[in-house]
Structure formats: C-alpha cells, structure tokens
Design a protein around this ligand. Structure first.
Ligand code: ADP
Ligand code: MG
Length: 693
C-alpha cells in the first residue's frame, strides 16, 4: 500500500479485476469511488421490541426461537416463530437449507433485520437478514445508519460496505489524494462541511441522523455535494461561453434602412415584445464577439419576424445569413415566408435540404460559396462538410430543443472563417422552465417574447373518448360547412414513421368516406417535398377544408382560417408537443377549438396531463407542469444536455439552489480560477468531452 492512495487499486481489496467490474457502476477512479454514494439508508442501530414491530417499517428484532416447521401452502416454506418479552413474529423462508433449519433450533437466540408484512401467521419477515447470537455474547448493534449502495452483478452490498469502510479510513487519515476543490473561506461563508466531512458522513451517517433529511436531500453534507456538482455544470457552460467569446465575430452595425423596408411591407407592426427582443439582438450583433442568444417565445408569438429583423442587420452589413430548422416542412415554411419578404428587397434566398441532390445541389453550393445566395434556408444539410459559405455573419436556428448542446456547438464551429465566427441566434417555442433554462442553457443569453400579437382568440380544449368519434366527425363537418378549416392529427403509433404515415392514410380514407362533402387533404413525412408543399399551399388557399396530418405539422404551419383541431391519441404525446400542435389553431379571429380524442381508459398520469392542456394555454405553465410530471430529461428532448448525468443533484428537487449556484460560479470564476478545471473534471469527466469548442 503506497503512502497516499491515488488510484482505485490502491484501496485494499480492490484489485484490477474488481476495478474493471466497478466500471459497470461508472466508477473509473478514486474520486468516482468516493462519490459512489448510498441511495438510501437502513436504520439497524436500534432494537425494536417484537410487539412494537409494524408492517412496512423495517426493523431489527431479536428473540428466542419457539419452533420451526416446514409448511405447505401454495409454496413450501420454512416458518420460524420468534418470541421476546413483548410478542411473537414469524420468519418465512421459501429457499432454505438443512443447515439453516438447524440454526433455528428451539431456544436459539436470533437477531434479524427486515420489513414486517402481514402474512398467514400474523406479522412475518420474508427472507430477513439474520444472525445467530452466541450465548453470553452481547453483540453490538450498528453504530451508524447502514448504507445501501447502487450495486451491480457479482458485487454484494456487504462487499461494497466493507470496501467503503476501508477507503474511508484512509480518507480520515489523509492517505487519499482527494482535494477539497471549494476554497476554505467559501465553505465558511456558505456554512458548508468540507469534502472529507461530507463524504465520511454520507457513507457512514451516525445512528442519530434524521433519516428524513437524508431521504429528501436536505442534509448539509448532501447540500455541499449537490452544490458542488451543480457548480461544476455551471462552470463548464461558463467556460464554453468564455471560449466562444474569445473568438471574434464580425461587428454588424445597426443600419435600420433594410429593417424599415421589411416592416413597410407588413400588414402589422411588431409587438412591444418583438421590438424589445430585436433591440437586444441588435446590441449583441454590434459587438466584436459572437452573440449566443436564445429567444424563447410561445407558439405564435412571432419569432419569424424577429429572426427576419435580425437577419436584416447582418445582410445590411454585407454578410450572409443561414436559417436552419429541424424538419423539412418547417424549413419550407420559412423559405416560403422569408423569400416572400426578402426577394422583393433584392435579397436572394437559397434552399438546401437533404433531398436537394445533383445539379441543383451543386448550384446551391456554388452560390453559397460565392455569396450569390445571401439568405440560406434549410435543414441541418446546411452544415454538412461540403457546404462552404462566402461570409456567414449570422446563424439562426429555429426550434432549438430538437438539437442537443453538442450540435449547437458544432454549428458554432462550422461557420468559422478567417478567424471570424458567426453570431448565433437560437429560437425555441418550447418554453423552458426557468430552473432548467438556467442550467441547460447557461452558456446562452436569453430573450423572451412574452406577448402574443393582438387579435388572437383563446382556444377551448376538450378531451373526448374515441368512443364518441362519430360526434367529433360531425363537429368537423359543421365547422367546415361554416367556412372554417380543420386539422386532424394522427399521432405516432410506434416509433416508426412508416406506421404513422399508414395510420394517417387510413384515417384520411375513413374520413373521406364519412365526410364526402368535404375536401380532404393528407400530408405526412413520407411524401415528396413538392407534394407536401402543394398540399400545404392548397390548404392555405382554402382549397382543402380538412387536413389530415401526422405530427409533421407540429411546428411552423400557419393558416389563420383553421379553427378546429382534432388530435388523436393525445395521451401518447408530451405536453410540449401537444401545445405546439394546438398552436396551429387560434391564429385568426374566430373562436378556436381543440379536441383531444383519447383512447380510454387513461392512466392517472395521462389524465393529469390532458387536464393541464384543458386548463391552460400558457406555454410556460404547461412546461412547468410537464417538468413536474415527466422530469427534466424528457422535457429537453435530448440526452445530450449533460444534465442527464447529474449524479447527486436533482433539478426538480434542487432547482431552488440554482440562483445561489450561479453566484457561486461567478465567484469561483473570478477569484478561484484554479478550481475551475478540476471541478469540471471531477463531476463531468468524460461527459464533458462533447462540450469543447
Ligand atoms: P412563431 O413564434 O410560432 O414562429 P410566427 O412567426 O409563425 O410565430 O408568427 C405567427 C403568425 O403571427 C404569423 O402569421 C405572423 O405573420 C403573425 N405575426 C407575427 N408578428 C405579428 C404582429 N406583430 N402582429 C400581428 N401578426 C403577427
Ligand atoms: Mg416558428
């Protein structure tokens, strides 16, 4: 044993083979080992009189064996009666050996730990851990709460406990190289225990510790580690931001002429919120380092105009702009809207998606490279290797939540030319709850368009079982006969686009049969781009009354005359997605309705979620509820945020710490820069790999 343990195998009992097995628990080094914390504790420090044992309350009981017999119920089992001065309880074993049976000879003294349940013979302990107490030996109870660790095949709790005890002894004797990365003056200021104190405590909490505190993550020892972990995440984003801002970007001076030209074409004026956000962006673009701004705006809040006005500033300064959307249909909508605005101003727009091939593609690539195309619109095909821009000044990404952090980063990388990185504007319609935004997007500045354009009417949402499908079909009929238009959305049946499209085709066929008077169109992801565009155009021109669609219409589609939406099997979709879908109606002056046509019976969670949709039309409220019901990982829709990998912190539980974490991160960054790298490495390790620019 070396004087100072620096690696896993320096711990007595951990050899190369075990070290390899521990990788299954994400333990790769000494720090990982110490941060491999119990996920719960058992209290084996007190003896409970048998008469006081309660169902479902794990307890240590001790008594004399009053008899043991093999009984034949549904399954053969060994039933042992145990008695102390206060009462009797039974132990039941379905698997047992002859040797075990012998241990339970009448008169023997047994101590066991388990969770009593009501059984055939009164309170019973099923397969409790037990030990035979030798006569006259007063065996001690545990002095600490007993930790229960995340375990893996082939490594028992018992073994983990022993190994941890071994390593903690080294830690106490300072024979382990594990630095306290939080500055000492700091621990005092925030009244936090040292790293050693926190770790020793959490592996071996004294018996009098309040279990409830530990269970709720409220103990100061936990807080210390939670804060440190959140801090590490915050710092990694901080570092990312600093790296990006150390790059140069073209300074795009504000030249309002082009913006005014655009605004003059419009039948409306920007809302106050739009103008404010445009101002915020304008100030960023005029700086010599890359803008990193996230614009959050609920469905229909008018993000496209904000993007267009930002684009004007870059275009006016002579730079190219690229706008990227996650799906082709959304990108096409942008192409449609933006070219209608920009072409009359002599700004050439270009289109690039995966399906653009051959000569057309060559042609587009050529014009992107020579600067002929000023405003490029498309899918992520815009950022493939063979695409080169002439002078890209601004990248706009719509619906960011579909892209992960690392995609965001590779885009930053991509547009860099001659030492200049483009500015980046990210727009999302999925309102991100504040707590989450603070951690997942801490490397970005945010603007919120918190106002909808005037003249929108509220949407009434109802949930109806599909047993009443016929009524719903009638409702579509009357709406369309009154000159309104409607959507009928078919949702994912399985994780297969093919099946989803099939379902939409079948539904369209059925509806055409049921509603022969209506003009019914169908649009889904497997149709050719031109076909899709033609259907969308026909719907927009009111040559189609009812549009049957898959969730491809989730984003971007804008037909103000449609005021009714039927969503089939809404229970299969996330709330954010439902909110997006529903945002396709309520865009005109007519009163709009959304029917959630669910398949009964609904689970409790599904009921809750549909209720949220009925209660509110506020994207932020819905997102908060979604966070409550589903947890942060799913809400962000990507496993790439890094937050998936939180080990101790829990965003939902610890979200209230984030403002404090922010302050702490600033302080560390300013006053203790030496701690930044080690903190990030300790907590993010390899996970941080993707987050380097
Ligand atoms: P989203 O934020 O969902 O992307 P869009 O940019 O598609 O919203 O805008 C939704 C609709 O609102 C479009 O028809 C757009 O032309 C219109 N719109 C945008 N800004 C305004 C405004 N200030 N006043 C009135 N209508 C507006
Ligand atoms: Mg949009």
């Amino acid at each position: 044993m070396p004087a100072i343990a620096t690696q896993l195998t320096d711990i007595k009992g951990i050899g190369p083979k075990l070290a390899e097995q521990l990788q299954a628990l994400n333990i790769y080094n000494l720090a990982d080992w110490f941060f491999h914390l119990p996920f719960r504790y058992e209290d084996r420090s007190r003896l409970t009189p048998i008469g006081a044992a309660q169902p479902m309350r794990p307890a240590v009981v001790q008594g004399e064996v009053k008899g043991a017999s093999v009984v034949f119920g549904k399954r053969r089992s060994l039933l042992v009666k145990l008695q102390d001065h206060s009462g009797t309880i039974s132990l039941r074993f379905y698997h047992f050996s002859a040797a075990q049976k012998k241990q339970f000879s009448t008169g023997n003294l047994i101590r066991c730990y388990g969770e009593p349940r009501r059984g055939a013979s009164g309170l019973e302990l099923y397969h409790p851990e037990y030990q035979l107490l030798e006569d006259g030996h007063d065996q001690q109870l545990e002095a600490q709460l007993t930790p229960v660790y995340p375990a893996t095949d082939g490594i028992s709790q018992q073994r983990l406990r022993i190994l941890h005890e071994e390593s903690l002894a080294l830690l106490r004797q300072h024979k382990v190289a594990l630095n306290d990365l939080l500055p000492a003056d700091w621990l005092q200021q925030w009244q936090l225990p040292t790293l050693e104190q926190a770790l020793v405590f959490l592996h071996q909490p004294p018996a009098d510790t309040q279990l409830a505190l530990l269970e709720n993550g409220q103990h100061p020892a936990q807080k210390r580690l939670i804060l440190e972990e959140l801090l590490a995440h915050q710092l990694s984003l901080h570092r990312l931001r600093a790296q990006v801002q150390s790059h140069q970007a073209p300074t795009l001076a504000e030249k309002p002429a082009l913006q005014q030209q655009l605004l003059q074409q419009l039948p409306f004026t920007p809302t106050g919120a739009q103008s404010r956000v445009v101002e915020e962006i304008a100030a960023d673009l005029a700086r010599p380092f890359p803008m990193l701004r996230l614009v959050q705006g609920d469905v229909g809040s008018g993000k496209t105009l904000v993007a267009a006005l930002a684009a004007c500033q870059a275009l006016a300064a002579g730079y190219q702009v690229a706008l990227m959307a996650p799906t082709e249909i959304l990108a096409e909508q942008h192409l449609h809207n933006l070219s209608a605005w920009f072409e009359p101003m002599d700004i050439q727009c270009g289109w690039l998606a995966g399906k653009v091939k051959g000569k057309a593609r060559q042609n587009t690539l050529q014009q992107l490279a020579d600067g002929g195309i000023r405003l490029a619109i498309g899918t992520h095909a815009l950022f493939q290797d063979d695409v080169a821009f002439h002078n890209l000044g601004l990248v706009i990404i719509d619906e960011q939540h579909r892209f992960g952090v690392h995609q965001r980063l590779s885009l930053r990388e991509k547009g860099r030319q001659q030492g200049l990185s483009p500015h980046q504007l990210i727009m999302t319609a999925t309102p991100i709850p504040r707590t989450l935004a603070m951690s997942a997007y801490a490397d970005l500045d945010t603007s919120v368009i918190d106002e909808l354009p005037p003249g929108r009417s509220p949407i009434t949402t109802v949930a109806i079982s599909d047993q009443r499908r016929d009524e719903v079909i009638q409702r579509v009929q009357s709406a369309c006969q009154e000159g309104r238009q409607a959507y009928w959305v078919c949702t994912l049946i399985e994780e297969s686009e093919a099946l989803q499209c099939q379902a939409a085709e079948n539904t369209a066929t059925d509806l055409r049969e049921a509603l022969p008077q209506l003009r019914i169109g169908l649009v889904h992801g497997r149709m050719k781009a031109a076909e899709k565009a033609a259907i969308m155009a026909a719907f927009k021109a009111h040559e189609i009354d009812l549009l049957v669609a898959t969730t491809v219409i989730e984003v971007g589609v804008d037909v103000p005359n449609s005021s009714l939406m039927i969503i089939e099997n809404p229970e299969r979709l996330g709330l954010a997605q439902l909110h997006q879908l529903r945002g396709r109606v309520g865009r005109g002056a007519a009163k709009s309705h959304c029917v959630l046509l669910y398949k009964a019976p609904l689970s409790l969670t599904s009921k809750q979620r549909l209720q949220v949709m009925r209660d509110s039309q506020d994207g932020f409220y819905i997102a908060e509820q979604d966070l409550q019901i589903r947890g942060p990982g799913e809400l962000l829709g990507t496993r790439q945020t890094g937050l998936q990998m939180l080990r101790i912190a829990d965003l939902q539980r610890d979200g209230d710490l984030l403002p404090q974490v922010r302050t702490m991160a600033e302080q560390i960054w300013q006053n203790h820069p030496e701690a930044v790298e080690p903190l990030i490495r300790r907590w993010l390790g390899d996970a941080e790999r993707f987050a380097t620019v």
